[in-house]
Design a protein around this ligand. Structure first.
Ligand code: NAD
Length: 467
């Protein structure tokens, strides 16, 4: 069955290459209307999957995709037209262009944490670039994955876009096919499996992976605002966010003030007691019991190694609840500092001078995001120049994700390639150089064999003058 779908899409992708841009815009409009009509169903599905608050579904799942469609539709004509390239002296007789051709049949594999948005946003880029696509949503968010399948079924023929549901084995089956592009969002561990599978067919890949995103708060920062922004970025979606602050490096002299401001903000947002937080309609559940237990064991391991729970620390396995938790004095060898946390636990680490913080970050794999709260231009420049990260926010967190003009992606262990806006269009396009020679091109024969001394003389001049 998978093979048949793949082969049908392959054939259809050849027809699709010749479709007009208006047809692509129409596909996007169909998708846009369907998402608008399904808004309440999307909110309900995410609520069923992990009690995701309505406001967060609207803000982080639906709004970004509708905004992306609107932006892409507006810009598509400009992005897709062949780009004229200036003539080079040596090839002065020819005109040159860069054509943006569709890659063909693309596989889009998604994670569970933003299960709607992270499946649909890459699809928008794939459609804009004129591709067919097979979507493989996460097996952990059954309600949302089923709804995605229904929306796609209503909007597209199976040989254009289709959804295959299933777990890791299904992905492994899909990865056997020679896709023209594989767009994967998920963990670094599975990203390596995907890249290895892609290498068998030399399929191109975009890997949107995870990692530990650090946040620096120095003494020049506005501490109350920093605490508020960090509290939101950390605990939205119950911190199951690839670019959530993973740990905070706080300058020692503002450490206590920052901690107290953060605790105040947590209480303002989600309630004063653990019970209030558990019952809060504004605080999501952990995706599964297995993930809840993983977070519980991260707390236990940290405490066993003498960490102190600065706030929270409550876990209710049955309700899949982990309270917003601050960890202090963590041993750097504890699991919470070795793996991506991906949940509402936040280690606070103090530093005395900025170089210490920079060294701390550079000793670890390059993160997907890096945040800094500071009003010192010198400190900001120092961090920007001395560290590497997929993306950076200064005096804010996570919101760089939502700017269409910025490429979103990781670097090395946190990812390969980028998307959003034109970068998504490029990820799903092959930039094909096209050179069109004119009749004057016959002068090229001056460098063809037989290589007479006259021709060698001309070639030597070319080399010397770098024409
Ligand atoms: P995951 O890697 O476990 O799963 C992602 C997808 O891969 C799922 O569809 C799953 O079915 C499939 N998969 C799982 N195991 C597989 C295997 N052995 N072989 C083939 N396919 C397999 O990730 P997840 O738990 O769904 O999501 C969390 C991770 O994703 C975190 O690391 C997070 O940082 C990352 N993430 C990154 C971004 C980003 O934009 N960079 C966004 C969201 C999540």
């Amino acid at each position: 069955m998978l093979e048949q779908i793949f082969l049908h899409q392959k054939q259809h992708s050849l027809r699709l290459r010749k479709e007009s841009l208006a047809a692509r815009v129409e596909f996007l409009t169909t998708l846009e209307r369907s998402i608008e009509n399904n808004t309440e169903n999307i909110v309900a599905a995410l609520k069923q999957d992990f009690k995701k608050p309505e406001a967060e579904t609207l803000l982080t799942e639906i709004y970004p995709v509708l905004k992306e469609i609107q932006y892409v539709k507006k810009k598509l004509k400009r992005w897709a037209r062949p780009e004229k390239v200036a003539r080079s002296l040596m090839l002065a007789t020819a005109k040159s262009y860069i054509y943006k051709e569709p890659r063909g049949v693309c596989l889009i594999i998604g994670p569970w944490n933003y299960p709607f948005q992270l499946m649909i946003t890459p699809l928008i880029s794939a459609l804009a670039a004129g591709n067919c696509a097979i979507l493989k949503p996460s097996e952990f968010t059954n309600h949302t994955s089923r709804l995605i399948a229904k929306i796609i079924h209503d909007c597209f023929s199976e040989n254009h876009v289709t959804v295959i549901q299933g777990g890791a084995e299904t992905t492994q089956e899909l990865l056997k096919f020679p896709f023209d592009h594989i767009f994967f969002t998920g963990s670094t561990r599975v990203g390596k499996i995907v890249m290895e599978a892609a290498s068998r067919h030399l399929s191109s890949v975009t890997l949107e992976l995870g990692g530990k995103s650090p946040t620096i708060v120095d003494s020049s920062a506005n501490i109350e605002i920093a605490a508020e922004k960090i509290a939101w970025a950390k605990f939205v979606n119950a911190s199951q966010t690839c670019i959530a602050p993973d740990y905070i490096l706080v300058e020692q002299q503002v450490y206590e003030r920052f901690k107290m401001a953060l605790i105040k903000k947590i209480k303002d947002f989600y309630g004063h007691s653990s019970l209030e937080q558990k019952n809060s309609p504004d605080y999501a559940q952990i995706i599964s019991t297995q993930h809840t237990l993983r977070l519980k064991s991260l707390i236990e391991d940290a405490v066993k190694r003498n960490a102190e729970i600065g706030y929270g620390g409550d876990v209710d396995q049955e309700q899949r609840f982990v309270s917003p938790t601050l960890l202090e004095k963590v041993d750097l060898n504890s699991d919470v500092m070795k793996e991506e946390i991906f949940g509402p636990l936040l280690p606070l680490i103090s530093f005395q001078n900025l170089n210490e913080a920079i060294h701390f970050i550079n000793e670890r794999p390059k993160p997907l995001a890096l945040y800094m709260y500071s009003h010192s231009r010198l400190n900001i420049d120092e961090v920007l120049q001395s560290t590497s990260a997929g993306g950076v926010c200064i005096n804010d967190s996570v919101i760089h994700f939502s700017h269409h003009g910025l490429p979103f992606g990781g670097v090395q262990e946190s990812g390969l390639g980028s998307y959003h806006g034109v970068y998504g269009f490029k990820a799903f396009s092959h930039e094909k150089p096209v050179l069109i020679q004119s009749a004057w091109g016959k002068f090229m024969r001056l460098v063809y064999p037989p290589y007479t001394s006259f021709k060698i003389d001309i070639i030597r001049k070319l080399v010397r003058w770098k024409i």
